[in-house]
Design a protein around this ligand. Structure first.
Ligand code: GLN
Ligand code: ZN
Length: 764
C-alpha cells in the first residue's frame, strides 16, 4: 500500500478567519481565549479536510510564523523580551510571542512592554516571510514543547494518523542571525540536546513518524554545514522515533548523496522541482528507507496532470512498493485554500485550477489509482483529462499573434539609440534640472476617500464619469502639492492603483483574478497574487490618459509610472506550461507598447518599477546568471525602445544589490532610485569597486517609518553618496512610494528633502 501525507495546510482560513481574529485581538476587541479558540477551530477544520490522507500534519499551524514558534519551542527568546520580566498570561506565552513578532502584543501596550520587533525575511524563494531567529554568545536552548504536544493531543481526539512536522536543527541555525560574531554552528551541540529531548517527548506521546524539514539541502552548503547535517542526524538517530527528512523547493545536486546517506527512516524529495533526481535518489537510497515524492505542486495553482504523473509513478511504485510515499512538493501554505469559494472566476479557467483542498483530492486520487488501478478512479481521471485538454487547446491561452511577436524579437529591441552619456547630454538640455534634482517614487498618500472611490467604481455604485472626476481631482491635488513643495520631477500620484501589479494585470489579456485566493505573506498579512493563464497582450493603453492629464497641469516634467515585467511576473501565479522567461518576455512586449505610447503622448520621463527583481533570484547562486540574463533582457526590451531624449527611470525597493550590480547597470536605465536610508548609505560601498555608469537616487527618506527626517540627516546621507558617485549623477528622493503614509507626514518630510537638495546644490 502506498502512503499519502501532507506537510502543512494554509492556516489563514478560507475567508482569512485567522487574520481577522488576530487583528481583533491586537486591537483588544477580543480576549485571548477567543483567539485561541479560533486557532483550534481552524486546526480542526484543516485536519478534517485532510482526512483522506494516511498522515495529517500537526505543528504546521501558527498564530504568526512557524519559525518563531520553533524559537519559542527551543526557548530561544530574544533577551529584550525576556528582560521585560512580564509574566506570561497563560502557558502559551502568546503576548511575548507577539512582542517578538511585531514589537507589541496589542493596542494600548504600555510603552515599557514594547520592544523592537524581530527582523523578517523571505522563506527561501517564496513570498512568505519568517521572523529571523537571533543568536549570540549567550544563547542557550531549553525545550518548551507544550504547544506542539497540546496540538498533538487535540489532533488525536479525532484522528489516529498523525505526523508532526518540525523545522530541522541545522536549517533553524542556518535561518537565524548571529547578533554578535558568534559562529552559529558552535550552538549546534546545545541545540541537539534539546532536539533529542523533543524527539523523546514525541515518542513518549505515541508518535511513530516525525517529519523534520531541512530545506537548506537544496542550497549550496559549505563543508561545515554539510558536516553539521551529518552530526545532527547521527545524534538524533539514537531516538526510537522514525524520522522523515524533508527537502523542498529545488534539487539536491551535490547534497544528494548526503541526503540519501543520513541515518533517518526516509527522505522526501520535491519531485516537481527535482524530478530529474528521483531515479538517482532511488539508486542511492538504502533499501530500508522510504522515499516520499512531492508530486503535487505546493507552490502553484494549476491542476496536476494525473495521467502523466501516473505514467511516471507506476514503474517507480513497482520498484519501491511500500517504500513509496506521496505528498505535495512542499507545505500548501503557499497556495490559497479552496477553489470552490470562487464564485466569480470564469468557469473555464476555474476548471484548470487546484487550490489546497483540491490538491489533497488529487493526492488521494493518485494513491488510489496506484493501489487499486486506474479503473478505480476512471471518472476522476477523465474529468482531469478534459480539464487539461481544454486548457491546452484554449484560444484564450494561446494567442498566435503574441507567439509570433515573441518569436520575431531580436536584439535590436534591447538597445537605446545611443549610450548613456550621449543621452544624458541631450536630456540635460531638455530638462535643465538643477544639481541634486528631487523627485518621488510614484504614489502619494492613499486617502480613505480615494480608496472608497475605487471600491465604489469596482462595485459599480458610481459612474465612470464620477470616478474619473474624483481621480482627476486627486491628481490635481498631488500636482498642486508638488508645485508648492517645489519638486523638480513630478508624478501623478497613482490614486487609481490599488496595487502595482493588479492594476496592470486587470488591463492585460491573459490574466485572471480571484476573490479569495489569499496566501499568507507574513503574520496576518495576506496577498492575492493574480493568475497568468495565457499569452499576454495589451488591448489598449493603460496609463496614458492619467499621465497626460497630469502633465497638462504643469510645466514640470511628469514621470509616467509603470510596473516592470519581472516584478509583474514575480508577484503573480504564473503558467506552468511554458518557461517563466517566455512569460516574462510577453509581459515585456506589452509594457514596451505602453512605454512607447507614453512617449508618443509627450511624457518625457518614464519610470519602470522593478521592485521585485531581486526576489526572483534562484536559491542556488550558480543559477543566478541565467535568471539575470533573461530578466534584464526583459527589462531592456521594455524600456529601451525610446528616443534618446526620453529619460528612463527604474526603481527597486531593497538595499542589497552589491551582488547583482553589474546586471543592474546592464539595464541601462538613465536613472535608478533605490532604498537606502536605513542602511546609512552602506550599500553604496559597492561603488568603491564598481563604477556605476548612470544616474542614481539613493533614498533618503525612510517611508516605512512615521518619522520625519531632518534636513541635516538627509544632507549627511547625500554627502556620503557623493563620495562615491559624482554629484552630477545624483538624485534626491524617498526610499519608495508614499502611499502608506499620510499627507501630514509626507508634506514636512518632503519640505525637508527639497531644502536638503537646495542646500547641497548651493554648496557644490
Ligand atoms: N511606484 C510605486 C509606488 O510609488 C512603487 C512601489 C514599490 O516600489 N513597491 O508606490
Ligand atoms: Zn519601492
Amino acid at each position: 500500500m502506498i502512503t499519502t501525507h501532507n506537510f502543512g495546510f494554509p492556516r489563514i482560513g478560507k475567508k482569512r478567519e485567522l487574520k481577522f481574529a488576530l487583528e481583533r485581538y491586537w486591537r483588544r476587541e477580543t480576549t485571548q481565549n477567543e483567539l485561541l479558540n479560533t486557532g483550534l477551530e481552524l486546526r480542526q477544520e484543516n485536519w478534517q479536510h485532510q482526512q483522506k490522507l494516511d498522515f495529517i500534519p500537526v505543528g504546521d499551524f501558527s498564530f504568526y510564523d512557524q519559525v518563531l514558534d520553533t524559537s519559542f519551542m527551543l526557548g530561544n527568546i530574544p533577551t529584550r523580551v525576556r528582560d521585560l520580566g512580564l509574566k506570561p498570561t497563560n502557558h502559551e506565552d502568546i503576548d511575548n510571542y507577539f512582542r517578538v513578532a511585531r514589537g507589541r502584543s496589542g493596542k494600548n501596550e504600555s510603552s515599557c512592554a514594547c520592544v523592537s520587533a524581530g527582523e523578517m525575511t523571505k522563506w527561501f524563494d517564496t513570498n512568505y516571510h519568517y521572523i529571523v531567529p537571533e543568536f549570540d554568545q549567550n544563547t542557550h536552548f531549553s525545550l518548551n514543547a507544550d504547544r506542539l504536544i497540546n496540538q498533538i493531543n487535540e489532533a488525536k481526539r479525532h484522528n489516529n494518523n498523525i505526523k508532526p512536522v518540525i523545522i530541522g536543527p541545522v536549517t533553524y541555525l542556518w535561518l537565524g542571525k548571529s547578533k554578535d560574531s558568534t559562529d552559529k554552528l558552535t550552538l549546534l551541540d546545545d541545540l541537539l540536546i534539546v532536539y533529542s529531548q523533543l524527539l523523546k517527548r514525541l515518542s513518549n506521546a505515541g508518535i511513530e513518524w516525525l517529519q523534520i524539514d531541512e530545506p537548506i539541502l537544496v542550497t549550496e552548503l559549505s563543508q561545515e554545514w554539510q558536516h553539521a547535517l551529518r552530526k545532527a542526524y547521527f545524534q538524533l538517530s539514537n531516538q526510537s522515533i522514525k524520522i522523515l527528512l524533508a527537502s523542498y523547493f529545488g534539487e539536491l545536486q551535490e547534497n544528494l548523496q548526503l541526503a540519501c546517506e543520513l541515518p533517518v527512516a526516509g527522505i522526501h524529495l520535491d519531485a516537481i522541482n527535482a524530478s530529474n533526481e528521483v531515479l538517482k535518489v532511488i539508486d542511492w537510497l538504502p533499501s530500508h528507507k522510504i522515499l516520499s515524492l512531492g508530486i503535487i505542486n505546493g507552490r502553484n495553482i494549476w491542476k496536476t496532470n494525473l495521467a502523466t504523473t501516473l505514467d511516471w509513478l507506476e514503474p517507480i511504485y513497482a520498484r519501491l512498493v511500500d517504500r513509496l510515499w506521496l505528498a505535495p512538493s512542499c507545505s500548501l501554505l503557499h497556495v490559497p485554500v479552496d477553489l470552490e469559494s470562487e464564485e466569480k472566476l470564469d468557469t473555464e479557467i476555474k476548471s484548470w485550477l487546484a487550490f489546497a483542498l483540491q490538491k489533497i483530492d488529487e493526492l488521494a486520487i493518485l494513491a488510489k489509482a496506484l493501489d487499486q488501478g486506474r479503473d478505480s478512479v476512471r471518472k476522476e481521471l477523465e474529468k482531469n483529462r478534459l480539464a487539461l485538454t481544454s486548457r491546452e487547446q484554449s484560444k484564450r491561452v494561446h494567442d498566435p499573434r503574441v507567439k509570433q511577436r515573441v518569436d520575431s524579437c531580436n536584439e535590436s529591441l534591447e538597445h537605446r539609440q545611443s549610450p548613456y552619456q550621449a543621452r544624458a547630454d541631450i536630456q540635460d538640455k531638455i530638462f535643465n534640472l538643477p544639481l541634486y534634482p528631487t523627485t518621488t517614487i510614484g504614489s502619494f498618500p492613499q486617502t480613505t476617500q480615494i480608496r472608497q472611490a475605487r471600491k465604489d467604481y469596482k462595485n459599480k455604485t458610481i459612474t465612470n464619469k464620477n470616478y474619473q472626476a474624483q481621480m482627476r481631482k486627486e491628481i490635481e491635488y498631488c500636482v498642486k502639492e508638488q508645485q508648492q513643495l517645489d519638486l523638480d520631477v513630478f508624478v501623478h500620484g497613482e490614486p487609481e492603483r490599488n496595487d502595482m501589479v493588479e492594476y496592470f494585470g486587470e488591463q492585460l489579456e491573459g490574466y485572471a483574478f480571484t476573490q479569495f485566493g489569499w496566501v499568507q505573506s507574513y503574520g496576518s498579512r495576506c496577498v492575492k497574487p493574480p493568475i497568468i493563464f495565457g499569452d499576454i497582450s495589451r488591448p489598449q493603453a493603460m496609463t496614458v490618459e492619467w499621465a497626460s492629464y497630469a502633465q497638462s497641469l504643469t510645466n514640470k516634467p511628469m514621470k509616467g509610472m509603470l510596473t516592470g515585467p519581472v516584478t509583474i511576473l514575480n508577484w503573480s501565479f504564473v503558467r506552468d506550461d511554458q518557461a517563466r522567461s517566455d512569460t516574462c518576455l510577453q509581459l515585456a512586449l506589452a509594457i514596451r507598447d505602453e512605454v512607447l505610447d507614453l512617449e508618443k503622448a509627450g511624457i518625457k520621463i518614464i519610470q519602470i518599477d522593478e521592485a521585485a527583481l531581486r526576489e526572483g533570484l534562484p536559491l542556488r547562486k550558480a543559477q543566478w546568471s541565467n535568471y539575470l540574463d533573461w530578466a534584464i533582457r526583459a527589462f531592456r526590451i521594455t524600456a529601451n525602445g525610446v528616443q534618446n531624449a526620453t529619460q528612463i527611470h527604474t526603481h527597486m525597493c531593497y538595499s542589497e544589490f552589491n551582488d547583482i550590480i553589474t546586471a543592474i547597470a546592464d539595464m541601462d536605465a538613465d536613472v535608478i532610485t533605490i532604498e537606502t536610508s536605513r542602511s546609512d548609505m552602506e550599500l553604496l560601498d559597492v561603488f568603491d569597486d564598481f563604477q556605476y555608469p548612470n544616474e542614481i537616487g539613493p533614498g533618503v527618506y525612510d517611508i516605512h517609518s512615521p518619522n520625519i527626517p531632518s534636513v541635516d540627516a538627509m544632507v549627511d546621507l547625500m554627502k556620503k553618496a557623493s563620495q562615491r558617485i559624482p554629484a552630477k549623477r545624483l538624485w534626491v528622493n524617498p526610499d519608495c512610494g508614499l502611499k502608506t503614509r499620510s499627507w501630514d507626514e509626507v508634506r514636512p518630510a518632503l519640505i525637508n528633502m527639497v531644502a536638503a537638495s537646495k542646500q547641497l546644490a548651493t554648496a557644490n
